[in-house]
Design a protein around this ligand. Structure first.
Ligand SMILES: C[S@@+](CC[C@H](N)C(=O)[O-])C[C@H]1O[C@@H](n2cnc3c(N)ncnc32)[C@H](O)[C@@H]1O
Length: 227
């Protein structure tokens, strides 16, 4: 799993999952980063009765904790890698005794931010360690397509490797926690103004939250869906 562009290599990911590495394939730190995501969302007011979408949910590192926390049927996840969704459901959700809280159809294989299957809008959405692996236009596409699947006032939390306004984009940036990010290859870094730019002409407003105790120093951005 050394190549950070590997998430597009769905056959390679499937082979790793078949070898039992579905936790390592999404970055390891299973308990720590799963708990971090749940605690963050609850601290921001996530309630069990709200409808929640986990974009790029992988093998359900946060998903297992969120499915337990949310009312039955309120967790939805998407990922470009079907193999990760299958392992998350068939191993992690099953082992936790949570199958009856998560309809399998609510784990959707998708790499293009197509939420047209959504029948009632989401209240809270998360993309943790997803756009760190993607060029900026993916975020713009996601915001465009998510606007119709997000309730007025919905909050969309996105993590990024953040650089300062005066840090040249082309220059690599070393972050506490050991990751070096880049302007034009994975893992990507962005400025907060890039987040604001992605909202132009769309009903989203970006706010910088910044550090949230992520072990690899990803920062958090909040997008609010304006009415
Ligand atoms: C580092 S893992 C994080 C997984 C999960 N969010 C977590 O924190 O446990 C990144 C995930 O994003 C998924 N991914 C990458 N590009 C994607 C895309 N365009 N659409 C949906 N998922 C994507 C990968 O397959 C992988 O599961």
């Amino acid at each position: 799993m050394g190549n950070p562009t590997h998430y597009f290599d769905t056959a390679g990911i499937a082979a790793a999952v078949a070898a039992g590495a579905h936790r390592a394939a999404i970055g390891g730190l299973w308990e720590e980063v799963g708990r971090l995501q749940l605690d963050f969302l609850v601290s921001r007011g996530l309630r069990p009765d709200q409808k929640f979408l986990d974009i790029g949910c992988g093998s359900l590192r946060a998903g297992v904790k969120l499915v337990r926390y949310l009312d039955a049927g309120n967790y939805y996840g998407t990922d470009i890698n079907e193999s990760l969704l299958m392992a998350g459901y068939d191993i992690e959700i099953r082992n936790e005794g949570l199958l009856d809280k998560l309809p399998r159809a609510q784990l959707v294989t998708d790499g293009e931010f197509d939420f047209s299957w959504c029948q009632a809008p989401f209240d809270v959405v998360l993309a943790q360690s997803v756009f760190t692996h993607l060029p900026l236009n993916h975020l713009r596409v996601c915001l465009e397509r998510l606007q119709d699947a997000a309730a007025p006032g919905a909050r969309f939390y996105v993590t990024i490797f953040e650089i300062a306004d005066d840090h040249p984009t082309h220059r690599p940036c070393s972050h506490p926690g050991g990751i070096t990010s880049y302007g034009a290859r994975d893992p990507y870094h962005y400025r907060f103004v890039d987040m604001v730019h992605c909202c132009r002409g769309l009903p989203w407003r970006a706010t910088r939250i910044g550090a949230w105790n992520h072990p690899r120093s990803q920062h958090m951005i909040e997008f609010v869906r304006e009415p």
